[in-house]
Structures are given as structure tokens and as C-alpha cells.
Write a protein that binds this ligand. Structure first.
Ligand code: AMP
Ligand code: ZN
Length: 111
């Protein structure tokens, strides 16, 4: 997807504050953090969002989720919140699947 910002970040065409990368996944700090630590875990494969995932994406989704505690610990978090906004009415603005991970400093409001 040539006009997708996260595809461009995944390919290195746009710089990011990268904290992790392998052949399938990239993770980088959110450009507008809403917590002291706020990063995104993003598959390199372009999938618009969680509603566009199929059973064939199960392994990749598992990998993304399993990276959350590992990367959170590397960022110094002893607890964290994950969030996947899905669809415009779900607050999604970038239509390339991503998991928000945030925490640090303050205790998050209960939801
Ligand atoms: P969402 O509302 O779940 O689609 O979240 C998209 C997130 O991507 C927002 O928190 C943005 O701040 C973040 N974002 C957008 N562009 C960039 C970028 N170039 N680098 C890092 N984060 C970005
Ligand atoms: Zn994309």
C-alpha cells in the first residue's frame, strides 16, 4: 500500500523511533504519546484492521500480542495497557493494523 503511513514506516521510507523489528513486525514510539511510554506494535503485512483479519492471520496476531509484555518490560513498564482501535467509530485513524501499548508514571483510569 503505497499511501499507507505504517507501510512506509515498515519499509523504512519514513523514519520512526523504532524499538523492535524483525521480518514480520515493527514496533515504534507513538508520535503523539498519551502516556509516558506509548508505542505501537505493527505487522509489516498491510492489514487494514482487526475486522479485516481472518484465521490465516491468527499466528501473526498471536505474535503481536506476545511481543507486548516483552517490549513493555524492555521499556521499563511493570504494567501496561493494550488497545486496538477498530474502524472509524472505534477511534481508528491509521488503517493499518496496530496494537497500542502504553503505561508508566501514572496509574491509568479504570475502564
Ligand atoms: P489509531 O487511532 O489507533 O489509528 O492510532 C494511530 C496512532 O498512530 C495515533 O496514536 C498516532 O499518534 C500514531 N501515528 C500517526 N502517525 C505516526 C507516525 N508517523 N509515527 C508514529 N506514530 C504515528
Ligand atoms: Zn499499510
Amino acid at each position: 500500500m503505497t499511501d499507507c503511513i505504517f507501510c512506509k514506516i515498515a519499509s523504512g521510507a519514513i523514519p520512526s523511533k523504532k524499538i523492535y523489528e524483525d521480518d514480520e513486525v515493527i514496533a515504534f514510539h507513538d508520535i503523539h504519546p498519551i502516556a509516558p511510554v506509548h508505542f505501537l506494535i505493527v505487522p509489516k503485512l498491510h492489514v487494514a484492521g482487526l475486522s479485516d483479519c481472518a484465521p490465516e492471520h491468527g499466528q501473526l496476531l498471536g505474535k503481536l500480542l506476545l511481543l507486548a509484555p516483552r517490549l513493555a518490560a524492555e521499556q521499563g513498564l511493570d504494567g501496561f495497557r493494550t488497545m486496538i482501535n477498530t474502524g472509524r467509530s472505534g477511534g481508528q485513524e491509521v488503517f493499518h493494523l496496530h496494537i497500542h501499548v502504553f503505561g508508566g508514571g501514572v496509574s491509568l483510569p479504570k475502564v
